[in-house]
Design a protein around this ligand. Structure first.
Ligand code: FNR
Length: 360
């Protein structure tokens, strides 16, 4: 029973038991040497807490407000393509889990079912993530569908100008459904995106706009000048450019450049409640959850994903209590500092019993 999981380590182990090798490789792998993927984890491992004592923490509130909605923890579900390989209901299952627990789901444009079906399945606000996989007419139609379906915000992902070499699934000959013959998108549109295209899409949508894949202060500055409402600091979970920086490592320069002119989302390697607290302390408004979402769904469908979030919330609550923090708005950079990592970073190194690589 999904509800019996006591740790996310147990959830991951169950997910591994339930999915085939190819699906596992698709979920956990990064690009090429997976250096970026490991740096995502190492960045979190290189931050320590500076706990304060003798604060009354008998009531700790982990909630925040995002896109006008109250969320139980400062986290959203990141867009994940081909969610149907983890749960037959695909994006609907992820949205149901997000709704049941009390966070927001950013729905990938590369997953099933349709954006309309996913929007209609749950009453809570949702974000739509767009890849540009067609010409101007195609894009215009997509944006109109997103608006008609009632999405609360639009995310444009821009770290995928080229599709990277993800060698784990390549080696096991696994091709996710959205990339199979007949379904594979034309890459040239995504490759030719510029700031002008972004402006055009943003204007056309007229929705709160999120730019996903910002990795430098320079681009954050340009994005703010172009009126982007949400800067989404991300390297795609280490699945696109290899030998990039850890996502959390780039956060401080981006926070400084943005200087309060936009809200900030960060993802890449968030695996524990404490990681959420570290990201908030370094200036993020919310984090996004990628692989954890896939593990939760694969382990137990909607109930598995909800349980994964409950465990994350419990970790966040205890870390806040032990740090002397009673609410998210009290979190400042003073609660963290740099520290030497003590584990060898890999895609599951947040859990003490997790082996490196594909042994699982
Ligand atoms: C992704 N990611 C992603 N991003 C996006 O903008 N559109 C997409 O369709 C997908 N698809 C996708 C599939 C899978 C299996 C993964 C693991 C990731 C990237 C995702 O939104 C997010 O940036 C990262 O997953 C965050 O890193 P963690 O939490 O997985 O470490």
């Amino acid at each position: 029973m999904a509800v019996d999981f006591v740790s996310n380590e147990e959830i991951i182990t169950e997910a591994r038991r339930r999915v085939a090798q190819g699906v596992w490789d698709y979920l956990v792998g990064g690009s090429e040497s997976e250096t970026t993927l490991r740096r995502n984890r190492r960045a979190f491992d290189s931050i320590a807490f500076r706990p304060r004592i003798l604060v009354d923490v008998s009531h700790v509130d982990t909630s925040t407000t995002f896109l006008g909605a109250k969320m139980r923890i400062p986290a959203i579900f990141a867009p994940i393509g081909s969610l149907q390989v983890f749960d037959p209901a695909g994006a609907v299952a992820a949205s149901q889990a997000a709704t049941e627990f009390g966070i927001i789901h950013c729905v990938s444009s590369a997953t099933l079912p349709s954006l309309e079906e996913t929007a209609a399945a749950t009453p809570t606000p949702k974000i739509f993530q767009l890849y540009v996989h067609g010409d101007e007419q195609w894009t215009t139609d997509m944006v109109q569908r997103v608006k008609d379906a009632g999405y609360a915000a639009l995310t444009l992902t821009v770290d995928t100008a080229h599709y990277s070499r993800r060698e784990r699934p390549m080696v096991t000959r696994y091709v996710p459904p959205t990339r199979r013959a007949g379904a594979a998108p034309e890459r040239r549109f995504q490759a030719s995106l510029t700031w002008d295209t972004m402006d055009w899409i943003k204007e056309m949508a007229g929705l709160p706009f999120m730019l996903k894949g910002v990795q430098t202060a320079e681009d954050a500055e340009i994005a703010v000048q172009h009126g982007v409402d949400y800067i989404w600091v991300s390297n795609h979970g280490g699945r696109q450019i290899d030998h990039g920086q850890g996502s959390l490592d780039t956060l401080p320069e981006i926070v400084q450049a943005v200087a309060g002119r936009a809200r900030i989302i960060v993802d890449g390697g968030v695996q524990r409640g404490g990681d959420i607290l570290k990201a908030i302390a370094l200036g993020a408004d919310v984090v996004a959850l990628g692989r954890l979402q896939g593990w939760g769904l694969a382990a137990g469908g909607v109930a598995g994903a909800v349980r994964m979030l409950e465990i994350l919330e419990d970790e966040l609550l205890s870390t806040m209590g032990l740090t002397g923090l009673t609410s998210i708005d009290k979190v400042t950079p003073k609660y963290v500092c740099q520290a030497d990592p003590v584990t060898e970073a890999h895609e599951m190194s947040s859990w003490v019993n997790m082996p490196v690589g594909r042994i699982l």
